[in-house]
Design a protein around this ligand. Structure first.
Ligand SMILES: Nc1ncnc2c1ncn2[C@@H]1O[C@H](COP(=O)(O)OP(=O)(O)O)[C@@H](O)[C@H]1O
Ligand SMILES: [Mg+2]
Length: 456
């Protein structure tokens, strides 16, 4: 009686999924259920049957169903109600529904389609037609599922790629920072080397000539004194000139003048030496140096910012230097760390004193102060640089090592200082850089550098 067309089924099922597709049939007529069960089962589908819809809908929760065949007229809930219910639930709304209607009822067909059904089959059933329609929709359903899956995979790949790219961007930013950093050091180094060279020659004449000048002056003074002893009465003309030029004063002042000129030229030589040391190019080689030298030259370079200004007193520098060993490091880079942290401390104090909240209620009224302490233990040399400026909030503190983070007005801060410091201390020297800050009280930066060598 019922003949299943296996050829057609074979053709249409050739490209099937790995799993058997499941079709849920909801119909109150046992005869229809029997017919559809045999037809679909023979066509290779897994078939679930249900007489009133309620049980069938329950099954959808636990079983994956690929298509629903739904009768329209049923005693408890009609097909349209069930269809609306399924379409309103996100879990079932994508399962294709095919209505089963009487041949003659055009209104039912239209209503079914308008409620979201994909197709209809007419009763009495034409087996070939039913199967053909079911195959088409099952195939469409399968393609849709595959498409969804591919979309998800694609989205995931896009997400992964985006993450990779952001990471690459971060790396790029860091590298750029490093380049800027080493470029800065090397151009500063070149500048200072050039200036030092230009200044050194004339400075050389001055200091070596001063040496002779001082000798000549002493000789001349000695001679004048001798003359005065030998010829106590040189005559009116000379006596008058002695008075005019105030010879006594000249004889007293000239040696002092020469020695203060020598002091000045020595000082310039000292500064040039410090500058050359500060900006020495590190190259790829570590050097063994005294960290205090670096701190001292840095403080000297910042001297002009430490002095008293119209709006604030001088910043007091308190040094508590420990007995440090010579440390293997990149000294030019460490100087860069010191200058950045010290310059930030000066900025914080400058802003603090300018800000009327600073020092309020404190007795005695505080002096702006920067404390530089050094200590050593079994592992590290520790350098603490603390200021009694305004300090920072926790949210600022959590971002200070991020490149380009700044709270300073445009043009004043680029927000690079501390991220460069972090790189130099943590990545180049395998050390640690930490910040302790209390809003309104001050800030301390703690730099730890391995005291006995490190692998970079
Ligand atoms: N000693 C300090 N006291 C208060 N805030 C500080 C101190 N040092 C750094 N900061 C905060 O960290 C931020 C980032 O510092 P930095 O990376 O050197 O960039 P910049 O100095 O260009 O702003 C500063 O803008 C400031 O808000
Ligand atoms: Mg800075």
């Amino acid at each position: 009686m019922l003949q299943v067309n296996h050829n057609q089924e074979e053709v249409l099922k050739n490209d099937s999924l790995d799993r058997t597709e499941t079709i849920l049939v909801i119909d109150d007529s046992q005869a229809n259920l029997d017919f559809l069960y045999i037809t679909l089962d023979c066509a290779g589908y897994e078939v679930l049957l249900d007489k009133d819809g309620k049980h069938g809908i329950e099954q959808l929760k636990s079983k994956q169903v690929d298509l629903i065949l739904l009768d329209v007229i049923m005693p408890k809930k009609d097909g349209f109600e069930i269809c609306s219910l399924l379409k309103s639930d996100p879990a079932t709304k994508d399962i294709p529904i095919i209505f089963m209607t009487a041949v003659t009822d055009a209104i039912q067909k239209v209503k079914g389609l308008s409620l979201g059904a994909v197709d209809y089959v007419t009763k009495p059933f034409q087996e070939d037609e039913v199967l053909a329609r079911i195959h088409v929709h099952v195939k469409l359903r399968r393609l849709n599922l595959e498409l969804d899956q591919q979309k998800q995979q694609l989205e995931q790949r896009v997400q992964e790629r985006t993450a990779e790219l952001s990471q690459a961007l971060e790396e790029l930013k860091k590298t750029q920072l490093q380049l800027v950093q080493s470029e800065k050091i090397s151009s500063l180094g070149q500048l200072v080397t050039g200036v030092a060279h230009e200044v050194n020659n004339p400075l050389g004449f001055i200091s070596s000539n001063l040496h002779h000048a001082s000798q000549y002056v002493q000789d001349l003074i000695h001679l004048v004194k001798l003359y005065r002893q030998q010829f106590p009465y040189p005559g009116d003309k000379i006596n008058k000139e002695i008075e005019v030029i105030d010879l006594e004063h000249i004889l007293q002042d000239l040696p002092k003048l020469i020695s203060s000129m020598r002091l000045g030229s020595d000082r310039i030589q000292g500064i040039m030496h410090s500058l050359r040391k500060f900006s020495q190019m590190d190259g790829d080689k570590k050097k063994t140096v005294d960290i205090h030298d670096g701190l001292e030259t840095t403080l000297m370079i910042l001297q002009h910012r430490i002095k008293a200004k119209a709006q604030r007193p001088a910043i007091e520098i308190v040094k508590e230097y420990g007995n440090l060993p010579q440390v293997e490091c990149y000294p030019g880079q460490l100087n860069q760390v010191f200058i950045n942290i010290l310059a930030n401390a000066i900025d914080a104090l400058e802003e603090g004193v300018g800000n009327r909240q600073w020092g309020v209620g404190k007795s005695p009224y505080p002096t702006p102060q920067i404390k530089v302490c050094t200590t050593v233990d079994n592992e590290n040399v520790t350098i603490r640089i603390a200021d009694n400026g305004l300090g920072m909030s926790e949210s600022v503190q959590s971002q200070i090592f991020n490149p380009f983070f700044t709270t300073k007005p445009e043009g004043k801060g680029a927000g690079l200082g501390l991220s460069i410091c972090y790189q130099i201390v943590v990545e180049q020297h395998r050390g640690q850089l930490n910040c302790i800050s209390i809003l309104g009280e001050g800030t301390e930066f703690v730099i730890k550098i391995p005291a006995f060598g490190f692998q970079s």
